[in-house]
Design a binder for this molecule. Structure first.
Ligand code: GLA
Length: 680
């Protein structure tokens, strides 16, 4: 047996081969540098009993059907109509910054790459090439699930309710997610974790896996007959529609930790943040007019809205859908990326001048991958549409075939012309319908188009939106510095969505807006304190018609926005640590990168289960340092509901704050407490 190991401060991965396809033999807590890997593997190998083959079929990195593997194989492909079941031979390894394991079979080559990343993460990927064309159904990398991890948490969701964790116990059979909608998906963000019993936000062992691809992933977690469990990740099945000679998975990122879900979330937040494309610093307070005006673009009204938004503290003004073609509703004009002279008779000049005069930057919405049948583009190029003519429409629109060079060139020219003609330094890039079928070439096409536009317009920042959070993953986040997390501006929904999305997303990349008073996606009316502080937990923005605000609402929003601006220097560069709370409450702490400052947001969503909530235990503090804490937003509650932190500053050591915590005042539902802290 030959072994290799990948080590980070958080985990060790041991790969090995006996001459065939390599396997992962250990994935877990860091091992000592001199660990005897052969003895480790021997000590952990189970025995044979009745009902088994005479040897255990290997759970290799690409599980092979031809070796009697009892679970789902990692490669399903066809050549000349016959299933491809290669007899892989290990050929050699290259170990530099990354470890590459080379395998061959007649006419085929397979390279598996593993590397230690920053922040304790490990990245894995695989590349398959062939002399003759083959049809790939499915290519995935497989790892053994560490045996003591008993629960799988996937992220489910829907439009306006993204990033909802769903946990199941791993017992028999398989759990499969095959994200077939052509994007990472509201219902399938490519992120999951496995935990030991009892793991919470702050304690317990966990591993997490992320698939950095925007076109939909396939996840399989399967218990094998003898009890081993495999987890596989790759592109969604069947998404390589054309026969080819080269295929690759995206990178799978692995995290591991012993300090609960935070220890597998903060490393992802940091890794994502480090790889974001350059963004304006400090991050400007955002205004997006979609929920204020929808398709109604009236220059006088836009000017009034811009004035009010700037007075509240906005620093960027984004003009959303409705500016092009004859787009008076969502039935027409996608694809016709030419300014509508009825709405903007002098182009964007007057609006941009107004926005700039108010001290804001100007951004614009596009939905490049789409076309309406009622558009000049579709009339001229009906053959540019992806999928069959009788396909079901989505929001009255069809998907362009981004694998075509002429489609990419057209979109590049049209978008580039607008960005060249006007002083625009921000684009919200939307994607509002599913592809008619999974097609990896579409994802490659959109990456190529975005990369080309980014190279041609380096000063422009890009935001990823797909009906809210339908395309959020490490692939898009190397191209877009912000995501529109959800179309729900309902603060109660948003609190939950953004809290769970912190398993991956740093605050600076997560758009969060204060929406209209009566929420357009839930009808709920929530207090401005809750709405404003919810947005202030991430990259803050507004999306209501600011003319609707009462004096009190405007004063609260201006105050919270001023707080956000005064603190964004460290909050947007810091980490989000989720804290453990009873059901019906959520709390998180944002901690500066150097640990010197913190802010706690403790939201009470439903009525408290106990009359007195348990003290809020902090995490990630220096146990021996002392911290001064001060409540800057007192949650609405019973008039007598005072605790030490409502009476004045609390000064306490980190160990006490983590072991016992801080009593919060009993609070009404739909309220938030905000506590600032500094290390003394
Ligand atoms: C999607 C987006 C919204 C808005 C509209 C415009 O729904 O998620 O934020 O941009 O499209 O049509």
């Amino acid at each position: 047996m030959t072994f290799w190991r990948i080590d980070t401060p958080a985990q060790t991965l041991v790969l090995g081969t006996d001459g065939g396809m390599a396997s992962c033999h250990y994935w877990g807590a860091p091992l000592p540098a001199d660990a005897d890997l052969a003895a480790l593997v021997a000590a952990g190998t189970g025995g044979i009993t009745g009902g088994m083959l005479d040897a255990l079929p290997p759970l290799s990195l690409i599980p092979e059907a031809r070796r009697s593997f009892p679970g789902q194989p990692g490669l399903v492909a066809y050549q000349d109509g016959a299933p491809l079941e290669p007899e892989w031979r290990f050929e050699g390894a290259d170990q530099g910054e990354a470890l590459t394991l080379r395998h061959t079979a007649p006419g085929l080559r397979l390279e598996i790459t593993a590397r230690a990343m920053d922040h304790g993460l490990i990245a894995l990927s695989v590349r398959l090439s062939s002399d003759a064309a083959l049809t790939l159904h499915h290519l995935a990398l497989a790892l053994p699930v560490p045996p003591h991890l008993s629960h799988l948490t996937e992220l489910a969701g829907r439009w306006t309710r993204e990033f909802q964790p769903v946990t199941s116990a791993l017992d028999h059979g398989a759990r499969l997610r095959d994200a077939r909608t052509g994007r990472s998906g509201h219902e399938h963000p490519p992120h999951l974790w496995l935990t030991a019993p009892g793991t919470t936000n702050t304690t317990g062992e966990a591993v997490a896996l992320h698939y950095g691809w925007s076109g939909g992933h396939r996840m399989l977690v399967e218990t094998l007959p003898e009890g081993r469990r495999q987890i596989q990740l790759g592109h969604c099945a069947g998404s390589e529609r054309a026969p080819g000679t080269a295929f690759a998975t995206a990178e799978i990122w692995l995290a591991r930790g012993d300090q609960g879900l935070n220890s597998i979330s903060v490393p992802f937040q940091r890794a994502i943040r480090d790889r974001l494309p350059p963004a304006r610093q400090p991050r400007p307070v955002h205004y997006n007019g979609w929920e204020a005006i929808y398709f109604r673009h009236d220059p006088a009204e836009l000017a009034q809205i811009a004035e009010r938004a700037a007075a509240l503290g906005a620093e960027r003004f984004v003009l959303d859908d409705g500016w092009f073609g004859r787009r008076d509703d969502d039935t027409s004009s996608l694809g016709d990326w030419v300014i509508d002279p009825r709405k903007h008779p002098q182009g964007f000049g007057p609006l941009i001048d107004k926005v700039h005069a108010l001290g804001m930057r100007f951004g614009l919405w596009f939905e490049p991958e789409m076309v309406n049948e009622n558009s000049d583009l579709c009339r001229a190029h009906p053959d540019w549409v992806l999928g069959p003519a009788d396909q079901i429409r989505g929001r009255n629109q069809l998907h362009l075939d981004l694998s075509r060079q002429d489609v990419g060139d057209y979109l590049f020219d049209r978008i580039s012309a607008i960005l060249t003609a006007w002083d625009i330094d921000y684009v919200k890039w939307d994607h509002n319908r599913l592809t008619p079928w999974p097609d990896a070439a579409q994802t490659r096409g959109v990456y190529a188009l975005l990369d080309r536009l980014r190279a041609a317009h380096p000063a422009v920042e890009w935001e990823s939106c797909a009906s809210g959070g339908g395309r959020i993953d490490a692939g898009i986040l190397t191209r877009c510095a912000r995501v529109w997390l959800s179309d729900s501006n309902d603060a109660l929904e948003r609190l939950r969505i953004q809290h769970h999305a912190a398993c991956l997303l740093p605050a600076c990349a997560t758009g969060s807006h204060v929406g209209p008073r009566a929420c357009h996606t839930s009808g709920r009316i929530l207090p401005m304190t809750l709405r404003a502080w919810t947005a202030a937990q991430r990259h803050m923005g507004f999306e209501m018609d600011p003319r609707e605000l009462t004096g009190d609402e405007a004063a609260t929003l201006t105050r919270v926005t001023a707080w956000w601006k005064a603190n964004r220097g460290w909050t947007q560069a810091g980490d989000i640590w989720r804290l453990d709370r009873p059901d019906g409450a959520l709390a998180e702490m944002q901690l500066a990168a150097d640990g010197s400052r913190l802010v706690i947001f403790a939201a009470q969503i439903e009525t408290q289960t106990a009359l007195q909530p348990p003290p809020l235990r902090l995490t990630a503090l220096d146990p021996s340092a002392r911290y001064r804490l001060r409540m800057i937003e007192r949650p609405c509650g019973h008039p007598a509901s005072a605790t030490a932190i409502t009476r004045g500053e609390v000064v306490l050591d980190g160990a006490s704050l983590m072991a016992q915590g801080l009593a919060l005042p009993p609070a009404f539902p739909q309220t938030v407490a905000v506590i600032e802290g500094e290390r003394l």
